[in-house]
Write a protein that binds this ligand. Structure first.
Ligand SMILES: [Fe+2]
Length: 391
């Protein structure tokens, strides 16, 4: 069989400062638009800016500002009902991953029969084209603006709904929309983006396309995340982080993820940690666990993160990648261990068991046993300096 590498991204990406303004060219006069957002983003004035752009283009806008963190199936139903009541022909989301994921799903359910659970749990396919969906991220992290997946909480689990039809029609990635993000959120979402880049780069699903995006994203994050954390109005840093987030999003969508996201799933479902924070805490240990499976790739990551690797063996340079990730988490000011959030050693068996059952684990370069997942979890629980190759 031919060695064919696939790359599929139907989303049109508009990138750069002020790129959100192009939204005005994408609507027709008198078109009804359903604008999805959350109260924090609305309070920051970002929703208002988008609403003005749409209304100046002649659109009739209904603002739906009730997006909750980690949207649930119930929330999907309520949002879908609100969308149908307006008769809107287009959905626009302004916000983080929650607003974008919720909007992907309601755009598709608006034109497809049946309930979410049929698509989320029973493998039903979206047969009809969704309402046009425009994504405007206000964080540099989730990459949801360029992926075919939406994560919705149901049956006490964060479970993805995946379909080529869920790709947004257009993504407007405008660094100005992230300029007011507080330090903690900048750090957590930025580490989520780094997790996407690192996991995609060492994934079994990686290819030449995704390698390029993942490595570039890691390099941009290595040199700009701290700057964006320390000086939120540094638009050069914000621009590099916005680009990195989108590149890493494309890489993860096409290549897959691994042990960090597989373990973040149950941790966030059971203990309600924000996704980016869980990924930030787990990432150094995930990199350490995967080091022996991909030392050459970890060495490339070390170099991308600014480490001097000349004269080192791949394994030595890979160890520097582990140390660089651990150091970066610490320097952003994020907590370094899971125990801070009330998670206990007695939770290890449950989390380890669940991690091995996650769909995403299939692309991790090592297939971890329950005992190995337990060891990774316990290291992250205590925030200890990663010990190499002992898992
Ligand atoms: Fe993520």
């Amino acid at each position: 069989m031919a060695d064919s590498k696939k790359f599929y991204l139907p989303t049109e990406v508009r990138f750069g400062r002020g790129s959100v303004e192009c939204l005005g060219t994408l609507v027709n006069p008198k078109q009804k638009v359903f604008l999805v957002t959350d109260p924090g983003v609305e309070k920051a004035g970002l929703t208002g800016r988008v609403q003005v752009i749409l209304e100046e283009a002649g659109a009739a806008v209904t603002v739906f500002n009730q997006v909750e963190p980690n949207p649930s199936a119930v929330s999907v139903e309520q949002t879908l009902n609100a969308l149908k009541e307006t008769g809107a022909a287009m959905v626009v989301a302004v916000g983080g991953g929650s607003a974008l994921d919720l909007s992907k799903v309601v755009s598709a359910l608006a034109t497809n029969p049946g309930k979410l659970e049929e698509y989320q749990w029973n493998g039903r396919k979206f047969e009809h084209e969704p309402l046009p969906f425009m994504a405007i991220p206000t964080t540099a992290g989730t990459g949801s603006e360029v992926t075919r997946v939406a994560v919705i909480v149901d049956r006490n689990t964060k479970k993805g709904v995946g379909s080529d039809r869920l790709f947004p029609r257009v993504a407007m990635v405008d660094p100005e929309m992230t300029a007011g993000l507080p330090r903690g959120l900048t750090a957590a979402t930025g580490m989520d983006a780094l997790s996407h880049a690192v996991e995609a780069y060492v994934s079994l699903g990686a290819n030449l396309f995704t390698d390029s995006w993942a490595l570039t994203a890691a390099k941009l994050i290595g040199r700009s995340l701290l700057r964006a954390c320390v000086a939120g109005d540094d638009l050069d840093a914000r621009e590099e982080m916005a680009l990195a987030s989108t590149l890493a999003g494309v890489a993860m969508d096409q290549a897959g993820l691994g042990i960090v996201h597989s373990m973040a799933g149950p941790i966030c479902s059971y203990y309600h940690l924000p996704h980016g924070l869980a990924c930030a805490i787990l990432l150094p240990y995930g990199v350490s666990y995967n080091l022996t499976a991909s030392p050459e790739r970890m060495a490339m990551l070390a170099s991308a993160l600014g480490c001097e690797t000349k004269g080192l063996t791949a394994l030595e340079a890979g160890r520097d990648a582990v140390a660089a990730v651990y150091r970066l988490v610490r320097e952003t000011g994020l907590s370094l261990d899971l125990s801070t959030f009330g998670i206990k050693e007695s939770d290890a068996d449950l989390v380890a068991e669940e991690t091995t059952k996650m769909f995403l684990i299939k692309d991790n370069p090592r297939r971890p046993s329950v005992a190995e997942c337990r060891a990774v979890f316990l290291a992250a629980l205590h925030g200890e300096e990663p010990q190499y190759c002992t898992f």
